[in-house]
Write a protein that binds this ligand. Sequence first.
Ligand SMILES: [Zn+2]
Ligand SMILES: [Zn+2]
Length: 186
Amino acid sequence: MMAPALSDPDTARLDALEGEALHRALLDRVEAAWQLCREVHPALPRPAVWLDLRGKSAGQAHFGRGGLRFNPVLYEENRRAFLVEVVPHEMAHWLVHHLEDGGRARPHGREWQTVMRRLFGLPPSTTHRFDTGRASPAPFRYRCACREHGFTARRHALARRGSRYRCRHCAQTLVYCGRQVFEKTV
Ligand SMILES: [Zn+2]
Ligand SMILES: [Zn+2]
């Protein structure tokens, strides 16, 4: 019983969108997810939507402001994941919050997981793979013996051209280990 409850987005069409049309696709998806939630909770208020989140967070249900916030940079780079996963994720928070006693439910607890599974037909995952290249100032991960280091694109380019960097703590030369791709949705 894991059939997606929202229609599968047309990836080719989605990839071709820009600017206002791209934002409109997100708003349309929020509307569709909200309509789906109203089947179980007809009085659910319509959330306002802002594309004003910065940094590493993909989305956020903001009950004080009365709506859902999304990260426009991560959305542009991860369009499909936003429509398929992030919008239902945040809308599920919105629904649970407005259910009776929902304000006391744990953020990703049983109620939220049930909405994800039963209403949206999605696994209740809280972590998504996103390319955070432009959203994170230092997305290039380097390793030494003691920890992980984040490099900016500029520093990464210098390292690729032969510059060596040492860890201040263990003095080992830093080795590139890939771009940061993991992001958590709150
Ligand atoms: Zn070190
Ligand atoms: Zn969440």
